[in-house]
Design a protein. Structure first.
Length: 318
């Protein structure tokens, strides 16, 4: 694929020299550090005089603190990173009349779309890695606890999940930039999709579940289970729900399922103590593997649609 390295290097330089991206990076890092400091200070105050529990380092990322946790922040506002990086990836080149010049060079057309996507994924990975490392470093200073191998492994798995998750929004933004000619139209389109998936899908899931299987004071166990299953199935239309459930299991070793409603039989209630030990990292990875595959499939689908549309479009010199 001739020309891929040149496009990849050019896009990386554009991302890191862009004022818009610099401002976004600064705001995200500032908010992440403030949340991490407030969460760490709260944890240190709560644990004064007590023996620090195992895997307490992960609480820096999952504890809500005053506003919300770092994981929740990435789940709701992480998509903005991908949208900002990709909403004008192609239509900006058209507006500046540089796309025809790129195609006229000894560069394959597919190298343009591939290089832009790979540069965006690399930028996302570096940004999320910076947030994770800065939060971890602040946690070392505030809590005075060194993370173990289990915690480092879980944070690494969460980082991979986050890259795939933000990569989906990047692919969606690039798709809109390919299909829509105007940059403002593309930006509004991706923001509308984000608002719909982030706010209206959970609301619709609750309304549909309440309408199909209403739960009241006289509801049976079967009705409550059906209500939760319908709500969960509708919520999984949004990748935000997939990511939130997967990270909840990956960063909480005491969780053994992504379901919020669990029924236990007599044997489970008798031997409840066996659920108190943390779940190994490999077992948690098996639990979230379907969610990871769905996020990866959604990301590749968005990019494949962008690739197919871009390869079929006509590039004019005027």
């Amino acid at each position: 694929m001739y020309g891929l390295a040149a496009i990849y290097r050019k896009e990386l330089e554009d991302h890191f020299s862009n004022v818009r991206f610099t401002l976004l990076l600064t705001v995200i890092l500032m908010i992440s550090l403030i949340m991490a400091f407030m969460t760490g200070a709260g944890l240190r105050k709560e644990l004064e005089g007590f023996t620090k529990p195992a895997l307490v380092f992960l609480m820096l990322f999952t504890s809500t603190g005053t506003l919300f946790s770092l994981v929740q922040f990435v789940a709701f506002f992480g998509p903005l990173i991908g949208l900002v990086l990709g909403f004008d990836a192609i239509n900006r080149e058209r507006a500046q009349r540089t796309l025809a010049k790129l195609v006229a060079q000894p560069i394959h057309r597919d190298a343009i779309i591939n290089g832009k996507f790979l540069a965006g994924i690399t930028t996302v990975a570096l940004l999320l890695a910076a947030i994770t490392l800065m939060t971890a470093g602040l946690g070392l200073w505030v809590l005075g606890v060194v993370p173990g191998g289990e915690e480092v492994g879980r944070l690494g798995a969460w980082l991979v999940l986050s890259v795939f998750y933000v990569g989906f929004w990047l692919g969606l933004a690039i798709f809109c930039s390919v299909v829509l000619r105007g940059m403002a139209t593309s930006a509004l389109a991706v923001l509308a999709v984000w608002i719909f998936l982030a706010f209206f899908v959970p609301l619709g899931a609750t309304l549909i579940a309440d309408g199909v299987a209403p739960v009241d004071s006289q509801a049976t166990i079967e009705t409550a289970l059906r209500h939760e299953q319908i709500k969960r199935a509708v919520n999984y239309v949004s990748p935000i729900a997939l990511y939130s459930d997967a990270t909840a299991v990956m960063l909480d070793p005491l969780r053994r399922t992504t379901r919020s409603l669990i029924l236990m039989g007599p044997l489970e209630r008798v031997s409840l103590s066996r659920f108190e030990s943390p779940l190994p990292l490999a077992q948690s990875a098996l639990v979230v593997a379907p969610h990871l595959m769905l996020l990866l499939a959604a990301t590749l689908t968005c990019f494949a649609a962008s690739y197919a549309c871009f390869m079929r479009q006509e590039v004019r010199t005027t």
